[in-house]
Ligand binder design. Sequence first.
Ligand SMILES: *Cc1c(COP(=O)(O)O)cnc(C)c1O
Length: 463
Amino acid sequence: MKSIKDKLLKAIDILDIKSTNCEITHSKDLNKLINQINKQLPKRPLDYDSLINDFKHQIIPLLNQNTSPNYAAYITGSSTEIGAIAEFIKGYYNQNGLKWINSPITSELEKLVVKWISEFILLPNFNHGMLTTGGSMSNLLAIHFSLANAYPNREYNGIPSDKIKVYSSDQTHSSVERAMVFLGLGRNSLVKISTDKSYKVNTEELEKRIKSDKASGYTPLIIIGNAGTTNTGAIDNLLELSKISNKYNTWFHIDGAYGLPAIRLKKLRARFHGASFADSITVNPHKWMYVPFEASCLLLKKIPIAINFTPDYLDDFSSEQRMISDQTIELTKEFRALKIWLTLKYYGADQISQFIENDIFLINYLSKKLKILDFVEIHPESELSILCFRFISENLNETQTERLNILSLKLIKENRSIFFTGTRLNNKVYMRIFFGNPNRKKKDVKFMLKKIIEVYNHSIKQI
Ligand SMILES: *Cc1c(COP(=O)(O)O)cnc(C)c1O
């Protein structure tokens, strides 16, 4: 019998394949490999060496190397070694924070790291909060709390939801629309306000719309501002939003899932002015704080509701009845705080700020290098660590330009030595690069640049 130490060492040996593998997305024989995975329910035990061997040959070739500096897709946080170690420990001890007494440290460390996160983003006046699976859950809970605040009897009576309006910009993350569906408010109750040329919400239009909705008998519930949109990293005028929210007595939520940690950088701080006036804030440690998935944090100034669901089988028959699960949807609660605690202690807030600064420095470096090329159009100017650009050529009309960029994205996907994806801005297809990896160096960006130029040279010939 192997000890856990031996087993771990063997597993780690397999992981080392990664550093010699220059393909950063899954193998091109994806479907073939998926078909090769043995689909039968295993009935008998498999010895550890064979198991690891299966893992090596059936699973590893299908992994995307998200932690590679050449991976720049979506907003994929890179994680770190200390984060990976935390995840192992979490699984080993398998704490369940469903009740305080069942794992006091799960609840207590969560309280502590929530406080640390609020201090990390320089907003220590948010004294409450919770860790969640992701920004989508945090945003959903924020809308839930805004409802609980506005309708104290909702817990028992529900609400007539067809008169409620939720306001955000047309750049707001799709999780808000998803929350509208899951909370039963409906997609039509989400008012998407247009944005200006730098993709920040038009606050005048917002106020006009709130006024006219009120005149038509609707109730403005919540304004959701962006502190770093997913598309381009745009930061709304949060101070202006807080004033409008105050004036019309709505809840004010800030979705800073991606961008808020950049508030730590002096040169960007003023851009987040007004954030402290929010009622709730979403920030994802699993994005720009380099913590492994899944880790988001919802910060609040007050928690308007704690729903007591304690059934008989969770009764402690003592005075010790605290349930952190009374604030969220899930009952079983993993020891999510551990990876954040370990990451913040291992690096310290200052070094994590330097990682963020490095990401922004490198995206600006890439932007500068791309700008020199006459076949590249950058739009908009990036403020955080997202860069959108497209290939252009004098000889191409809009349709051909779109084809050129879609083809280029396809070539990047097939090439597999670098990886990023695209988006649409003003109805035009753009390529989109996200940097959020402490291991990325200038030489990696140079490599990416070289590949981008190669892709252009290939795709332009085919238009
Ligand atoms: C990523 C993101 C979300 C959703 O977060 P998940 O963790 O993927 O659920 C919400 N808002 C913004 C601005 C994001 O960038």
